[in-house]
Ligand binder design. Structure first.
Ligand code: PGA
Length: 254
């Protein structure tokens, strides 16, 4: 069975001290709470990885980087490799976020390389895909997401594909307060699962966690997470406020 996941994407926010405080607040809540929680992931800045891995040690919280280099190692000033991330104890990497695609001109090809490097260092990629506003308006959203998934993931072996988490994040919903309706999100998640079933098989498609991202807040998480093909969320803004993130985590329990 696939996992429920609530992943925070802190983006370029928090300094080490405030980041640790945030991680502490979440891990204390999770450690003291009874009952079932979804898998919780904190996507933190590179500078915080090692510290936060230690802050959440002995909880079930996983730590993710928000990007990695598409190169293995070498003379690439300022880059951070998958191997370096792995050495901090982080176990996941967010790859192909729309901000990386649009602001840092990451192509499908570059993203595919990052996915492979991340997997080769035994970390789990959280692969982001999603259409922009214009593509949605022109009804090209399914085509766009299909292209992104084929380019980045469809030459992976079945075993490797099984280690990927997919996050569908319509660009027009990110940081805008305009989230996709549960129906719009469900429709895309079902489409993605069918694509995987066609390319690989139904069992694998049924086991992949597909998260929704884009203005997920405590007041809309429950309706989104109730959808049959939505397995959780990738949360930006609301992951920076411990109480909001905790409310979103708890949306699975009510
Ligand atoms: P948001 O960001 O929740 O602030 O819309 C989501 C994301 O970018 O992953």
């Amino acid at each position: 069975m696939r996992k429920h996941i609530v992943a925070g994407n802190w983006k370029m926010n928090t300094c080490l001290k405030s980041g640790q405080e945030l991680a502490n607040a979440i891990s204390s809540y999770v450690s003291s709470g009874a009952g079932e929680f979804p898998k919780i992931v904190l996507g933190v800045p590179f500078t915080h990885l090692y510290k936060i891995v230690n802050t959440v040690a002995f909880t079930k919280i996983s730590v993710a980087a928000q990007n990695c280099s598409d190169k293995e190692s070498g003379a690439f000033t300022g880059e951070v490799s998958a191997e370096m991330i792995k050495s901090t104890g982080a176990s996941m990497v967010i790859i192909g976020h729309s901000e990386r695609r649009t602001l840092f001109t990451e192509t499908d090809e570059i993203i595919a390389k990052k996915i492979k490097l991340c997997l080769s260092h035994l970390m789990c990629p959280i692969f982001c895909c999603g259409e922009n506003k214009e593509e949605r308006e022109k009804h090209l959203h399914f085509k766009t997401v299909e292209r992104q998934i084929i380019a980045a993931l469809f030459d992976l072996s079945e075993l490797d594909f099984g280690r990927v988490v997919i996050a569908y994040e319509p660009v027009w919903a990110i940081g805008t307060g305009l989230n996709a309706t549960p129906q719009q999100a469900q429709e895309m998640h079902e489409f993605i699962r069918n694509l995987i079933a066609k390319k690989y098989n139904k069992t694998l498609a049924g086991n992949i966690s597909i998260l929704y991202g884009g203005s997920v807040k405590p007041n809309n998480a429950k309706d989104l997470f109730k959808q049959p093909d939505i397995d959780g969320g990738l949360i930006g803004g609301a992951s920076l406020v411990a109480d909001d993130f905790i409310d979103i985590i708890n949306s699975f329990n009510h």
